[in-house]
Design a protein around this ligand. Sequence first.
Ligand SMILES: [Mg+2]
Length: 141
Amino acid sequence: MELHAANTNTPAPRKAVHVLLAEDNPVNARLAAALLAAHTCTFDLAENGREALHHLETGNYDLVLMDMRMPEMDGLEATRQYRAQGGTTPIVALTANAFDRDRLACMEAGMNDFLAKPITLEDFRGVLARFTHHGPSASAI
Ligand SMILES: [Mg+2]
């Protein structure tokens, strides 16, 4: 028996967007974490590409924010391996160098988009809107 029929016109609360944040620099990681938390995203942190791959094998993410340059395995190689395994979660590169050749390298590795560091609020919201169900009603910082 359905006891909640009277509530069918009430939109269900949106599930939090779950993000894998792969970033080896603690300052950059804290900034990204603050942006994620302010937009009610939950996240796991990976400090290199190998850790990111491990998280992707075991977790269920809506979006990956992947630093290009990390120790042990960089973001490009982690993305190549993830895509080679058939992984389809959107991956957005984080990089300090917003040059065309970096953008090209990200796309060739199988990334979907690109955020230049330091990440701006506007760019971050654009990525959330494009790659997740998290629309423009995100809470203000
Ligand atoms: Mg780095």
